[in-house]
Design a protein around this ligand. Sequence first.
Ligand code: APR
Length: 248
Amino acid sequence: MASFDPDRIRTAERVVVFSGAGVSKESGLDTFRGAGGLWERMRPEELATPQAFRRDPGKVWRWYGWRWDTAAKAEPNPAHLALVEWESLFPELLVITQNVDGLHRRAGTRSLLEVHGTLLRARCERCGRTRDMGEALAESREEPPACSCGGRFRPAVVWFGENLDEAVLSRAYEEAASCELFVSVGTSSTVYPAAGLIEVAHRAGACFIEVNPEPTPFSDLADLRLAAPAGEAIPKLTEEIRRWRQPS
Ligand code: APR
């Protein structure tokens, strides 16, 4: 681990926060991997692939209905809320999230890229029209509702084996390659192409902070590692940043 210099925080202008499921854990939402993770109890190939949707659309639709319910009941936690303040602490901040739960947006983060889509929208698999997911579920909980074009609605998330939105991904890579501070929070950093953002930022010389109670494949690259829950670590880090960036 490189030695951490707060001066790099004091002078940083362009900042990227890269978040994963762990940032929503303290809001009561499960992560995917690790103890108690969704993929420890359920099979992604039966729930989160285009093949699964073709095979059994009702099963997939019902599962995403359940996920929509849990996300709707959840509240942003102190990590989500503190990150909103970063928009005024740094001239240019972008939150790049792998999460589809909408909690960053609900907390008030405006500069946001949702690289894996969102649970809050449904999209027609044929014509691409989107609509509010809550409305689509109100229409049908058991099977995906039909679109006027004859297609079916599906959750507007990126499934395994599907490509991310090209414009969203290339923007994410551009920002990672040109930021001075890159903070990854609550991600196992194992799912590509999103996890590649860490390498790009590090290779471009950004100061890299990792927030995760568990080590990840990139922990050794971190200039600062905070091995604590995001709900504790991010508010504390925010206080430090406020202090470091205070005009001397
Ligand atoms: N605070 C911070 N990090 C936490 C917390 C917490 N309170 N609790 C758990 N973590 C960490 C875990 O140690 C783990 O490294 O969050 C990470 C969650 O990792 P994953 O479950 O793999 O989630 P994520 O990295 O977001 O997954 C990436 O995989 O399943 C797909 O599309 C899905 O976007 C998702 C992608």
